[in-house]
Unconditional design. Structure first.
Length: 376
């Protein structure tokens, strides 16, 4: 489980957090695609374009938001209006996802995780040593005897021997990452993938891996990066520090001059290499660095928000956090300031609210910049 303040600090302090794994692509390697593969890529790009347009202003369905009471150190829940719905009573809690709130309590000195409803009542009791939030209807869980997945009725639908995997991760596009620790001399966890039937489709072999997006995953053996499909077939490979994950149908790529640009799913350059640093595309825009300042480009490579910020996040629910003089505020897609630069740290908007911090105190703001709740 994470500590919320530390997570947000790490997420927002550096732009590099937005681009975690890198691999190089080139058009020559992509030139061997079959007609069928090209058709799949074109259809994927068309579908992505439609999805992006519709998602610009969508608000995630988050009925309740977790917060930490500074006096007791326990976690409770508020609603969108900042009203306390579930008083602080949990040792750790996470925002509701797919209708469930993941919570952790300490029972007889042991950490136990379970899931609650919007009334704060357990739907699935705290009986797991570790648990993830629900994703695609399943949650990754583990006990002392098993590791696997449960459905929303709390039934174990996939179970693995603890000798087979050391960790399982949430599903994404019907695939879930699994991990296995190496020998005592190798402290890396090897990553692979299973499907929803629990079949090992890609054996644990990579030092790092990312969830599947648009049918592809970016993995690395520590030196090289590989773009693979859901069968584990290598689509492309190269130095792991030269490309980031695909997002909204395109991915960033660093050239031999240490400049960043973007390629599409076919490996074609769609935005020339010209930036000092880039973040992933989100809601049709991406943060880019020029002359040590950050602005935003659209998917045609046009600078739609001029570089003027020290740091910037990707857009979420129509807003992006930007930093000037070490203070964070929020802008809309036209670059208009919606929330003045005031906060020391800020998390992305999710469900209509964003967590912000000043002097270590957790607060929640809505998209108008109104503070709806302060965790006292």
């Amino acid at each position: 489980m994470y500590k919320r303040y530390s997570e947000i600090l790490l997420r927002t302090l550096v732009l590099s957090v937005m681009s975690t794994l890198f691999v190089a692509c080139n058009q020559a390697e992509q030139g061997d695609k079959t007609g069928q593969e090209e058709e799949r890529v074109n259809q994927t790009e068309d579908n992505l374009s439609d999805e992006i347009d519709q998602s610009y202003f969508e608000i995630a369905d988050v009925p309740l938001f977790s917060y930490r009471d500074s006096n007791s150190g326990l976690y409770g829940y508020i609603n969108l209006d900042g009203e306390v719905i579930i008083p602080p009573q949990f040792d750790q809690a996470f925002d509701f996802v797919e209708g469930f709130g993941l919570v952790t309590v300490v029972i007889d000195g042991m950490i136990s995780s379970g899931f609650i409803d919007e009334k704060g009542e357990y739907i699935i009791g705290p009986r797991f040593v570790e648990a993830s939030e629900f994703s695609e209807g399943l949650a990754a869980v583990s006990t002392d005897q098993m590791i696997g997945y449960i459905n929303k009725q709390g039934e174990i639908v996939l179970s693995f021997n603890i000798d087979q995997f050391d960790r399982v991760f949430p599903f994404s596009e019907g695939m879930a990452m699994v991990g296995k620790w190496g020998s005592e001399d190798d402290w890396y966890m090897s990553k692979g993938f299973i499907n929803r039937d629990g079949d090992v489709v890609i054996e644990p072999q990579f030092r790092s891996a990312a969830d599947f997006s648009a049918g592809l995953s970016l993995v690395s053996d520590g030196e090289k990066g590989f773009l693979i499909d859901k069968q584990g077939t290598i689509i492309n490979e190269g130095p792991r520090d030269r490309m980031c994950l695909y997002s909204e149908g395109i991915a960033c790529e660093k050239d031999e001059n240490e400049r960043w640009g973007f390629i599409n799913l076919s490996g074609e350059i769609v935005i020339d290499h010209q930036f000092e640093r880039v973040g992933e595309f989100s809601q049709g825009l991406a943060p880019v660095k020029l002359n040590s300042l950050l602005g935003f480009i659209n998917m045609d490579g046009e600078m739609v928000i001029e570089p003027r910020y020290e740091m910037a996040s990707s857009f979420s629910e129509g807003l992006a956090w930007v930093s000037v003089d070490e203070k964070w505020g929020a802008i809309d897609r036209n670059g208009n300031i919606v929330i003045e630069e005031y906060y020391e740290f800020a998390d992305s908007f999710n469900g209509g609210l964003a967590r912000v911090f000043n002097e270590g105190k957790e607060q929640f703001v809505n998209q108008k910049g109104e503070v709806v709740f302060i965790a006292e």
